[in-house]
Design a protein around this ligand. Structure first.
Ligand code: HEM
Length: 468
């Protein structure tokens, strides 16, 4: 047993001098993290020389995220690495007053009524992009889903009239930004500070992203009106737009018209955080969903039947989404099976007792939606893709273990938005291309980077419906 763990805290087997469990985390992250459950409710691993405590019991994860959250601060090496480029956006800012204030300010952006206002503009955007695909042409589904997700998110955030050149440059820049960001979080901090070509290229791309965001903010500022006088109809509706402008509005307007506005730097930090937080999580989930539908013809059939019965021959509308319960189950099952976040960290701000385990002050505490969502005690046959497992009873029994969006004060602020976007894109793809087929007979392998993504997923899309 390692001297780092208390007598009652097991250490994961297989750690090596100097690199600790780094090799398992790099080579086999998902089986490794899943295997820890067998060793106890809190298991010590070492990332290099540094110990980290992985929580495998969902009741203890709840303590970390909710009941004892005051003593487990948002932090750790990944967050420190992200903060270098993304500043103090909502996902990276330290716990405390500033986080609470910004969260209160941003919450209305993502309430259901605001998202609904943007819903039909998002559907139009997704339909245009997906409709432009070519029948039978092999497509990289992971890249496509990230691109469609970004396009829909830009329309929602900055309005449907965002100048085309801005949308185009966002689209070409974001995949490299995401790759560079992942690299920065994996490498030791001192390597990321060296004047290497890859570091310089990443810094330049992030600087370019900030200036694009600046242009997008200026574009919105030229369109929004300042807060309405109290007592007017528009003020009562919380609407920052002149009559007739709603269709072009963006969720970001909420921040631009706040009575206690953010500085330009803070606005940039929030926009960059939202763009990076919103895309890969949702894009990855959609790629896995399409992959599972392609493997299960009966799931595809039920999805198409549900869509036909709700929409008939007319195009999808935002109001249809609440009448597509089976599509929601399919998406929920993809989120459960694939995470998509697999490793999230906190830092103990003082010595803590976590279910009888001593967590020293300053130690990293790790929790994993992927691990909890593969617990066979809660999810029978966890590696199976079974949307029908989501009955009202299992939804309530799984509440403490379905942690894809986190919990407590740092819970995902974009959850409602994510559900809307996931449903819009899935329904639009299915209506436009009812059949999609993997090009390779080898199923994609889950690859844990920031999210759990498919290592390779190429498919062809077809308009002819399957017989029967
Ligand atoms: C399937 C899609 C998504 C998943 C699985 C997901 C997952 C998560 C998780 C697990 C956290 C909590 C991290 C922690 O506890 O430290 C989080 C936080 C966050 N998410 Fe999401 N997310 C998704 C989509 C989105 C979208 C669409 C947006 C933006 C519209 C978004 C914006 C954020 C932000 C800003 C935070 C930080 C909140 C805070 O610290 O107060 N996410 N997300």
């Amino acid at each position: 047993m390692s001297a780092l763990a208390t007598p009652s805290t097991p250490t994961a087997p297989g750690g090596l001098p100097l690199i600790g469990h780094g090799l398992q985390l790099a080579r086999n992250p998902l089986p490794f993290i899943d295997s820890l459950r067998a060793h106890g409710s809190v298991v010590c691993i070492r990332i290099g020389p540094t110990p980290a405590y992985v929580v495998t019991d969902p009741a203890l994860t709840r303590k970390v995220l909710v009941t004892d959250a005051a003593h487990y601060a948002k932090g750790g090496k990944i967050i420190d690495a992200l903060r270098v480029f993304f500043g103090d956006g909502l996902a990276t800012i330290a716990d405390g007053e500033a986080h609470l204030r910004n969260r209160r300010l941003m919450q209305p952006m993502f309430n259901k009524a605001h998202i609904a206002e943007r819903g039909d503009a998002m559907i139009d955007q997704v339909r245009t992009l997906v409709g432009a695909w070519t029948e039978g042409q092999p497509r990289d589904v992971y890249a496509d889903m990230n691109e469609v997700t970004l396009a829909a998110f830009l329309v929602a955030l900055f309005g449907a009239d965002l100048p085309e050149h801005l949308a185009g440059e966002f689209t070409s820049l974001m995949p490299d930004i995401m790759k560079g960001t992942i690299r920065q979080t994996i490498l030791p901090p001192w390597v990321t500070r060296l004047p290497l070509p890859a570091n310089r290229a990443h810094a330049q791309r992030v600087a370019r992203l900030r200036s694009l965001i600046d242009e997008a903010i200026d574009h919105r500022l030229s369109r929004v009106t300042r807060p309405q006088a109290p007592g007017t109809e528009a003020a009562a509706a919380g609407c920052p737009h002149a009559a007739g402008q709603e269709r072009q509005a963006g969720l970001f307007d909420t921040l631009l018209t706040a009575e206690d506005p953010l500085t330009r730097q803070q606005l940039q930090d929030e926009a960059i955080t939202l763009l990076t937080g919103a895309i890969e999580t949702t894009g990855t989930t959609l790629a896995w969903t399409l992959c599972e539908i392609a493997r299960h013809p009966q799931i595809r059939r039920r999805l198409l039947e549900e869509l036909d019965s709700v929409c008939g021959d007319r195009p999808l509308r935002y109001a249809d989404l609440e009448h597509l319960p089976y599509a929601r189950k399919v998406l929920q099952e993809a989120i459960r099976k694939y995470g998509p976040a697999w490793l999230v960290t906190r830092t103990a701000t003082r010595d803590m007792d976590l279910g009888g385990h001593r967590i020293p002050r300053g130690a990293d505490v790790v929790w994993s939606p992927y691990l909890h969502q593969h617990d066979p005690e809660v999810f029978t046959d966890p590696d199976a893709f079974d949307p029908d497992r989501w009955t009202p009873e299992t939804v309530s029994a799984a509440r403490g273990s379905f942690l894809a969006f986190g919990d407590g004060r740092r819970k995902c602020i974009g959850e409602n938005f994510a559900w809307a976007e996931l449903q819009i894109i899935l329904a639009t793809v299915l209506r436009t291309w009812p059949v999609f087929t993997p090009v390779s007979s080898r199923p994609p392998r889950p690859q844990a980077v920031v999210t759990v993504k498919p290592d390779a997923l190429t498919m062809t899309f077809h308009q002819a419906r399957p017989a029967g």
